[in-house]
Design a protein around this ligand. Sequence first.
Ligand SMILES: [Mn+2]
Length: 308
Amino acid sequence: MSERRKRVSLVGAPTDIGAGMRGASMGPEALRVAGIHAALAARVAEVEDRGNLGGPGNPWQKPVSGYRHLPEVVSWNLLAFEALHDVLAAGRLPVLLGGDHCLGIGSIRAAMRHCRETGKHLRVLWLDAHADFNTPAITPSGNLHGMPLACLCGMGPTELVHLAGEPGRLPIEALRLIGVRSVDEGERRLVHESRLEVFDMRFIDEWGMRHTMEQALSGIDENTHLHVSFDVDFLDPDLAPGVGTTVPGGPTYREAQLCMEMIADTGLLGSLDIVELNPALDERNRSALVVVDLVESLFGKSTLMRMG
Ligand SMILES: [Mn+2]
């Protein structure tokens, strides 16, 4: 579907329940202040803001059996799952305003259910400095924002692996990780054993963003539902300092823009997460502004001298 005909729903999830640092809970409002509504309204047929989900507060506790805040993480993900599936079922494109990246479980579960109901094929692009593929046995911290992909692929606590009693798991083949440059030791082994398709920064350096995205998008067709999970730490910290887990050596502004433009060119974007923006660490909301700018590219704003 052309971007111009898409109808978008913003859903805020103001929580840092899965993070190792407080502040991502302020992300949704920072994105609104940076003008995400108007930016999208200029690109698509219609935008509505469904406001914020209201989940539990952050008790800031130590890990229990390898996880920090598991019951609260489950609550937030159930809320996200229900809200985002409602949006998809209404024929709209959900944009999750996070919140930390543990919310990717509920968000992608919603996309999986939608694909099951509509016969679509799901492709997930996970834009991130990290692999987010930890399990309780190997996590150094117990923070669940480092585990969402492992949970989605069937490794983790049952209440997250089968969130809301949902069957099945995300097939590894549906996943592409882009921008990775920081992986924990045990996680690295698991990523290799699981044959996860990872386009790390070394790959992007050597092959360029264009070839990277061609590879990451290969095999999709008009029946594909493209889900983009955009962790703001994907970007180089020079560009977006407002995240809790900055890692140097990320994509530049132009590389990130090309990445977004090539996704837009497919016309297949079906759902989007924007996560890990931490206004407490930002400088005058500049990371939020960069993110909004990149989201415009993701919805078809071209910097090139092209028609349309
Ligand atoms: Mn992440």
